[in-house]
Design a protein around this ligand. Structure first.
Ligand code: E4P
Length: 214
C-alpha cells in the first residue's frame, strides 16, 4: 500500500519525505488555509520535495470552472493530480480531464455508488473519507471494503485512496483490505513508527552499552 501525507505544510512534508515514508501528497483548501499558503505556490514547492502524485484541489464547482482550474494546475508539474469534488459537474470534468490525459482524485466520497460513478468517469483515484463517517457513528472502513469489492468485480483501474485517516488502526485496516493508498497526517505517520517495546528495549540496550569494557 502506498502512503501519502495529507498536508500542505512544507516542514511536515519534508519530515515525512526524509523518513522515506511517503509516495505522494494530498492537499485540500482547509490544509492550505491552515498552512497559510497559496495553492499554486504550495503545489510548486511540494513537487520539488516529493516525486510522486501531488493532489491539488479545485475551488470551482461547475464543469467549466473545474476544467479551467484543473488544466492550469496540471501545467505546474507532471505529478499534479487534480482533486475534484464528487458532484455531478465534477464527474463531467473528470471525464474530460481523463480524456486529456490529466490525472484526477475524486474527493469527498461517502458511498459505494459515488465511487462507482467516479470510476466510470475515469478517475485515477477515489477518496473515501473514513474518519468523517466514523464521526457520524458509521464504520468508515466498511465503505473502503465496499469500494474495493466493486472495483475488483468490474476490474476498474481507479485507485482506492483512503482519506480522513485519524489513527494507526485505520492504516492497518486499509492495508488488510487491500486499499491502494492511504493518506495520513504527519502525526499518524509518526505513530506508525512507535512501539513502547521498542522504546523499552532501546533504553535497556543503551544502559547495557555503558557496561561494556572499552
Ligand atoms: C483527503 O484527501 C483529505 O484531504 C483529508 O483526508 C480530509 O481529512 P479530514 O476529515 O481529517 O479533514
Amino acid at each position: 500500500m502506498k502512503i501519502f501525507i495529507d498536508s500542505a505544510d512544507l516542514g511536515e512534508i519534508r519530515e515525512a519525505n526524509d523518513m522515506g515514508a511517503i509516495d505522494g501528497v494530498t492537499t485540500n483548501p482547509s490544509l492550505l488555509a491552515k498552512a497559510q499558503v497559496r495553492r499554486e505556490t504550495a503545489i510548486e514547492q511540494i513537487c520539488d520535495i516529493v516525486d510522486g502524485p501531488i493532489s491539488a484541489e479545485v475551488f470551482g464547482t461547475t464543469t467549466e470552472t473545474i476544467l479551467e482550474e484543473g488544466r492550469a494546475l496540471a501545467k505546474i508539474h507532471k505529478n499534479v493530480v487534480i482533486k475534484v469534488p464528487l458532484i455531478i459537474d465534477g464527474l463531467k470534468a473528470v471525464r474530460q480531464l481523463t480524456a486529456e490525459g490529466i490525472q484526477t482524485n475524486v474527493t469527498l466520497c461517502f458511498s459505494g455508488n459515488q465511487a462507482l460513478l467516479a470510476a466510470k468517469a475515469g478517475a485515477t483515484f477515489i477518496s473515501p473519507f473514513v474518519g468523517r463517517l466514523d464521526d457520524l457513528g458509521e464504520e468508515g472502513m466498511e465503505l473502503v471494503e465496499k469500494i474495493c469489492t466493486i472495483y475488483r468485480n468490474y476490474e476498474f483501474a481507479t485507485n482506492v485512496l483512503v482519506a480522513s485517516v485519524r489513527h494507526p488502526v485505520h492504516v492497518l485496516q486499509a492495508a488488510l483490505i487491500g486499499a491502494d493508498v492511504c493518506t495520513l497526517p504527519l502525526k499518524v505517520i509518526h505513530q506508525l513508527a512507535m512501539h513502547p517495546m521498542t522504546e523499552k528495549g532501546l533504553a535497556k540496550f543503551l544502559e547495557d552499552a555503558k557496561k561494556i569494557p572499552s
